[in-house]
Design a protein around this ligand. Structure first.
Ligand code: NAP
Length: 445
């Protein structure tokens, strides 16, 4: 990293102590920006980089709620409105016990560049809570969501800030959040949240979008190497929204997915994952994936196992940040992995990325590969604004076109800056330039 960027990074670390994931996300972007500053020094003027690293607004609030026994719980809610140069703030809400400010800031920071890459008019934000939804009843989830929204609503709006789902927040939670927003504001403002149910303003393909989009991006990376998904053996981590629809699209395109996981271990099915069974367990019954092994004799569940030890040609991390370390990456490469596309946000550690780069495998980083989710959220906003609803085929084609565009932008930017095939550099530079140009146009705000 050049000296000036290193100084900026050190200042970010000093000003945001103990926020390790945020430091990691900033470092990854700044490490890519040397070539762009050499070529376009005007983009570093007037402290654009320092300004991009500082959120426009950070809200932290108390969320008090009662469980089914009447016991009172106190959680912490967050919304970090990071950058609105390109449009209203946009980014998901995460409910997970590991959530703290550093996680929300890393996710919000990534979201700025991801949203810029989609080419759609959306700024970057992220929010959530350290609430743990696991084992909670529907009523408890509802009461938590209502309490959370009772504070958050004043910061939201179709033209201000539009949250969506993330870990622990799916259509059920968006329903409770939207219901409470509607009740407090006395307005049916469909465009204030995305990921809504189909009967009340949601978009077809939104549920599938992150996973499908990641596979479209992967297919483009393979096509650039004159290869395809046909017949490839794949491993997908996680078994939530992103993982399930990643598996579905991989299967549509002729690949075989032999393993997926959750925080309790991994599932291996030599005949390929039976998606119908997985959906029934995760989406309908809301159970753990270990149950799958009781229902499918060709499979086994490995408690506490490391899913990256399963040999594969394609790896699609779709669970959480830093889930692939340097050792896992080396195992993947040794076992013949030729491509990694990140459905999750920042799932590969810096060491892992170095291993992938040295091995010259195709590596699609999250802010490019998983941008299909937020892109389709923006399509949901377009449909809400025009009181329209598009067909599945049309919406999927729009998503596919956006992912092709993102791939082309990253690919061409990497070539332009002398690093062909380096999607990390291409995505970071292309996203940064778009945001920096808009910030420059707005003057010192
Ligand atoms: P989800 O439906 O809640 O599923 C999360 C999955 O990841 C679950 O299988 C969960 O297992 C596993 N997981 C979560 N935290 C873990 C941990 N610390 N260790 C091991 N496994 C863990 O969430 P999702 O929406 O699929 O999100 C997955 C990833 O995709 C996240 O990184 C998210 O930021 C990213 N992403 C999501 C979207 C979207 O549209 N939803 C868009 C872009 C990026 P357990 O059930 O055992 O916890």
């Amino acid at each position: 990293m050049d000296e000036r960027l290193e100084q900026t990074y050190q200042e970010v670390v000093r000003r945001n102590p103990a926020e390790l994931e945020f430091h990691q996300a900033v470092r990854e972007v700044l490490e890519s920006l040397g070539p762009v500053l050499a070529k376009r020094p005007e983009l570093a003027e007037r402290k654009i980089i320092e300004r991009i690293c500082e959120p426009e607004r950070q809200v932290i609030f108390r969320v008090t709620w009662q469980d089914d026994r009447g016991d009172v719980h106190v959680n912490r809610g967050f919304r970090v409105q990071f950058n609105s140069a390109l449009g209203p703030y946009k980014g998901g809400l995460r409910f997970h016990p590991s959530v703290y400010l550093g996680i929300i800031k890393f996710l919000g920071f990534e979201q700025i560049f991801k949203n810029a890459l989609t080419g759609l008019p959306i700024g970057g934000a992220k929010g959530g809570s350290d609430f743990d939804p696991k084992g909670r009843s529907d009523d408890e989830i509802m009461r938590f969501c209502q309490s959370f929204m009772t504070e958050l609503y004043r910061h939201l709006g179709e033209y201000r800030d539009v949250p969506a789902g993330d870990i622990g927040v799916g259509t059920r939670e968006i329903g409770y959040l939207f219901g409470q927003y509607k009740r407090i504001s006395n307005e049916y403002e469909s465009g204030v949240l995305t990921g809504k149910g189909l009967g009340w303003g949601g978009s077809l393909v939104r549920k599938e979008a992150t996973g499908y989009g990641a596979v479209f991006f992967l297919a483009e990376m393979l096509a650039a190497r004159e290869d395809s998904l046909e017949g490839k053996t794949c491993v997908v981590s996680g078994s939530g929204n992103v993982a399930i629809y990643t598996i579905e699209k991989l299967q549509h395109l002729g690949a075989r997915v032999v393993a997926c996981s959750d925080s309790g271990g991994y599932l291996y099915d030599e005949r390929g994952i039976n998606l119908e069974c997985l959906k029934q367990i995760k989406e309908v019954e809301r159970l753990r994936i270990s149950v799958y092994a009781d229902r499918e004799p060709s499979s086994r569940f490995v408690p506490n196992g490391n899913v990256w030890e399963v040999p594969c040609q394609i790896a699609m991390p779709s669970a959480t940040q830093n889930e692939i370390n340097g050792r896992d990456a080396a195992t993947l490469v040794r076992n013949g992995c030729i491509a990694v596309a990140e459905g999750a946000n920042m799932p590969s550690t810096p060491d892992a990325i170095r291993v992938f780069e040295e091995a010259k495998i195709a590596f699609g980083l999250g802010k490019a590969a998983n941008a299909g989710g937020v892109a389709t959220s923006a399509l949901e906003m377009q449909q809400n604004a025009s009181r329209d609803s598009w067909t599945f085929e049309y919406t999927e084609e729009r998503l596919a076109a956006i992912m092709r565009d993102i791939h082309r932008t990253c690919f061409e930017t990497a070539e332009e800056y002398g690093a062909p095939g380096n999607y990390v550099l291409g995505a970071n530079i292309a996203g940064f330039v778009k945001v920096a140009e808009a910030m420059e146009a707005f003057g010192l705000i």
